[in-house]
Write a protein that binds this ligand. Structure first.
Ligand code: GLC
Length: 574
């Protein structure tokens, strides 16, 4: 990525945390159509409920969010520690939530409300120093002729999501609807932080580039999201609620929900806990990923009360710990730690501790000299630091003598000041508690297996594929081998593959079955299953090479073997 892109990305990299807002006329039915609860996402009710255009259009006449208060929304985002706000200016339903001279199907002309919420948000954002950004559905438009998934054209197509549409009609729609809309969005509201395009569907590389260039021409500092399609955006977008297993390179963002929908649904009460949300915030920051957390306001214009409470709780934590998130870079280690996560800022490391040890916290692999340690929540507490360097063996360990009680019940932050630039041993290594974690993204791959962008294996459908790691063992002994596998998106986990883990000439092999579930933050959206393969004896300390392969594939599991990591847990002698 060039320097031009670096320049426009600077504020975004610094921000780390933003608010997503899904708001449109779909808030009126809020998940129910003709007395029936429509499954799926709230903003998808037109499609999932098969609501004809003429019927859906009438919702605009009932949309009168008189309680909308732009200032209150922006203050809430700021209170939570968010630095940018991405609001749906036009979602797949094709309804423009902004004043549009080019598209009569818009909030100002078609609703009793008659106001332009984007203008009000632009003012509030400017007042409070947040970046205003627009979500814009460039490909899917179920209302405008030519848009992907257009109701009439896709009526009889079952798999309408991959429905190609008619290329000429789509091209005309881009000219007549999308481009004029983008001109309005980028000239009516002052500086815009980014345009969050979505679901590229049928857009061609040339068309993605045209949209990107149009945005940059109108506002050179405006960022273009990866979902403009064909890998031409300024940064990458993970899948919805997709949390990577380890550190990622480059600029990435994860959009995530507070419950199970983006657009408001009156009966979706599956709210995440504050613990989980904070865990995700630190998890994503440690991996170098921005967190775009969604709220779905009601048709009255209110952010639901449970969302407000959750965001305020995040804000309380940020009051004390913000410096460990804002303006930080990813952890110097590519992998996670059992006790929590790390972020860095210059010569500082932040240890975001989610499992307070109750004994010294041990960080292995840090070669740089530590000059001091402090708790962000209790700056006066003394933390003794003992650092050990065995340079012959390249073994390094820092012991932090923390207070017995965690200063924050959820995530406590320890700041480490270093004498010199951060230098760590990035290889997987045995942690002080004896555990050895071998993530798939840190393995050498053989055969057809590839790695998905979140770090989970893909295309592992035969016995010729393998993952291979080298790690340093310090404590010889017996280890329980646990394989972590993910379910395909939105599908039940299925076991059955026969998997073998080998070290030297010994191995353990078993069919995958569910022995437990991971409680990692990523598993709250896409479950991850733990399977025990057996106990393996590792007799000698030093460098160990380990291989994971499949002896037999369960043919009925079409997604193949989706491994996130293998864990070796020391067996406690009885
Ligand atoms: C999706 C959905 C959409 C939602 C978005 C959020 O792609 O189609 O409804 O706006 O993800 O990331």
């Amino acid at each position: 990525m060039g320097t031009e892109s670096d320049g426009r990305m600077a504020w975004w990299r610094e921000a780390r945390f933003g608010m997503f807002i899904h708001w449109g006329v779909y808030a009126v039915p809020c998940g129910t159509w003709e007395g029936r609860q429509v499954p799926g996402l709230g903003e998808w009710i037109m499609r999932n409920g098969r609501i004809p255009i003429e019927e859906y259009e009438k919702l605009a006449g009932r949309f009168n969010p008189v309680q909308f208060d732009a200032d209150a929304w922006v203050r809430l985002a700021k209170r939570a520690g968010m630095r940018y706000l991405v609001i749906t200016s036009k979602h797949h339903d094709g309804f423009c939530m902004f004043r549009s001279a080019s598209n009569p199907y818009n909030i100002v002309d078609r609703t009793p409300f008659g106001r332009d919420p984007m203008a009000e948000l632009a003012e509030a954002c400017a007042r409070h120093g947040l970046k205003l950004c627009f979500y814009y559905s460039q490909s899917q438009d179920w209302h405008a002729p030519g848009g992907a998934g257009h109701w009439e054209e896709a009526r009889d197509v079952r798999d309408w999501h991959s429905y190609p549409g008619r290329p000429e009609a789509f091209a005309r729609y881009l000219e007549e609807v999308v481009k004029p809309n983008l001109v309005e969005l980028l000239t009516q509201y002052g500086p815009i932080g980014l345009i969050w395009f979505d679901t590229p569907v049928c857009i061609t590389p040339g068309q993605s580039i045209e949209l990107r260039d149009l945005v940059h021409r109108l506002q050179p500092d405006c960022i273009v999201s990866g979902r403009v399609g064909n890998d031409v955006g300024d940064y990458g977008s993970m899948g919805d609620n997709q949390i990577p297993v380890g550190r990622v390179e480059g600029d990435w963002e994860t959009p995530a929900t507070l419950n199970d929908t983006w657009g408001f649904k009156s009966y979706d009460h599956n709210w995440k806990s504050v613990d989980k949300l904070l865990y995700l915030l630190v998890d994503l920051a440690s991996k170098g990923v921005n967190y775009l957390l969604n709220v779905g306001p009601t048709a009255e214009g209110l952010i639901p009360e449970p969302s407000v409470r959750l965001l305020e709780a995040i804000g309380e934590w940020m009051d004390v710990n913000e410096e460990a998130i804002r303006g930080t870079q990813a952890s110097p280690y590519p992998h996670e730690f059992e006790w929590g996560r790390l972020t860095r800022k210059g010569k500082r490391l932040y240890l975001l501790v989610t499992r307070w040890p109750g004994e010294p916290l041990v960080l292995r692999g840090l070669r740089s000299e530590v000059s001091g340690a402090a708790l962000l929540a209790a700056p006066d507490a003394r933390i003794a630091v003992h650092q050990l360097h065995d340079t012959a063996d390249d073994f390094h360990e820092v012991k932090l003598h923390l207070p017995a009680e965690a200063p924050d019940a959820r995530v406590s932050v320890v700041r480490l000041d270093l004498e010199e630039e951060v230098d760590v041993d990035e290889a997987p290594q045995q942690q002080a508690d004896g555990t050895i974690v071998l993530p798939a993204h840190m393995a050498a791959r053989e055969g057809t297996v590839t790695l998905g962008r979140s770090g989970i294996t893909e295309r592992w459908k035969d016995t010729g594929s393998a993952l291979r790691w080298t790690f340093r063992l310090r404590r010889p002994g017996a280890y329980r081998v646990c394989v972590y596998t993910a379910a395909s998106r939105q599908q039940e986990w299925r076991g059955g593959h026969e998997v073998r883990f080998t070290v030297g000439d010994t191995s353990v092999v078993d069919a995958l079955r569910e022995d437990g579930r991971s409680d990692s933050p990523r598993a709250q959206y896409f479950p991850e299953v733990i399977s025990h393969l057996g106990v393996l004896d590792l007799p000698a300390a030093g460098a160990v090479e380990a291989v994971l392969r499949a002896d037999a594939m369960a043919a009925e599991v079409s997604a193949g073997l989706q491994v996130s990591e293998v864990r070796l847990l020391p067996e406690v002698a009885s």
